[in-house]
Design a protein around this ligand. Sequence first.
Ligand code: GTQ
Ligand code: FE2
Length: 372
Amino acid sequence: MTPTSNSTAPDRPANVMTPPTAAEAAELDALYARMGAENMIPLWTEIGDLMPQTPRPAAVPHVWRWSTLLPIAEDAGRLVPVGRGGERRAIALANPGLGGRPYATPTLWAAIQYLGGHEVAPEHRHSQNAFRFVVEGEGVWTVVNGDPVAMRRGDFLLTPGWNFHGHHNETDAPMAWIDGLDIPFVHYTDTTFFEFGIDRVTDEATPPVSRSERLWAHPGLRPLSGLDDTVNSPIAAYRWEHTDAALAEQLALEDEGQPATVELGHAAVRFVNPTTGGDVMPTIRAEFHRLRPGASTATTREAASSVYQVFDGEGTVSLGGTEHRVGTGDMFVVPSWVPFTAQTDAGLDLFRFGDQPISERLGLARTHVQRP
Ligand code: GTQ
Ligand code: FE2
């Protein structure tokens, strides 16, 4: 390994050095050979890659169309059984910059999961935090720690780490949804544990509302039996009717001249843990954004990565300066520090999740907002 001067640090000034003599060059080569033999690497050959002035993600912006994702999931539904071993018929969105790993970003897994009529995905538990988001369909109950949670369009459902969970489809019709997990982060930190549960789900009842929601999902009301803060939100399902109403009211208040939106024509909410007011889980942030017809967002860069799914409407997103038309179900990735803008003529509802809680908790968060 012979370093060429500054080849990995193009944005730094070149070191001013007198060129080595032939004898010094030979000594240097020998020194680098010794380092290599002793499993040592000098900082000065690596610094441009390890410590650039701003993030240089390997992950790239990328769009996956729902019209591509769903038929592939449907064919997997015909050809691939779901059950113990493979555990889930989930197909990951693999970022083309991440070397063929099933990772949407360096920290986040995003997948489409498919469960045919009357199929059961058996219970298991793992360290990884997970959520589900439903862009269309219903009829599956996810059973989290023995609590059956109905899944319907627009719902955001939590499966925090180490809770047993399985899914069962009570209808004749198949259902697809998206999963988000911190699989890459947990893999990188070597903190993964996994256990099988029973081969079906512990409670096959199909209540419209989970026990968790009956206890926790009343606005502003905390049960006195639950006064200890928990790192994960105790709310198993954030229902679409609440999300939709919250967004609609922000825009209605804006129409009435009240300050309510995050920027003009842009309503937004964050899903939060009611015990802390912070993010729903320690590694994953989730939000819902609504742009009214004709609205556009500021251009934002964050030292964190995000995945979006269009829930409704149509619009144009700009990812690192490249524009993409997106519509219902389409998914896209915004890697760290890539400028992101959204604009819509028809109106656009966006579900978004990201790893911001990690950088924020560790003091690494940075955001740059540029208004036109
Ligand atoms: O539904 O339990 O997409 O464990 C990846 C891992 C879904 C799940 C995924 C999982 C699950
Ligand atoms: Fe799981």
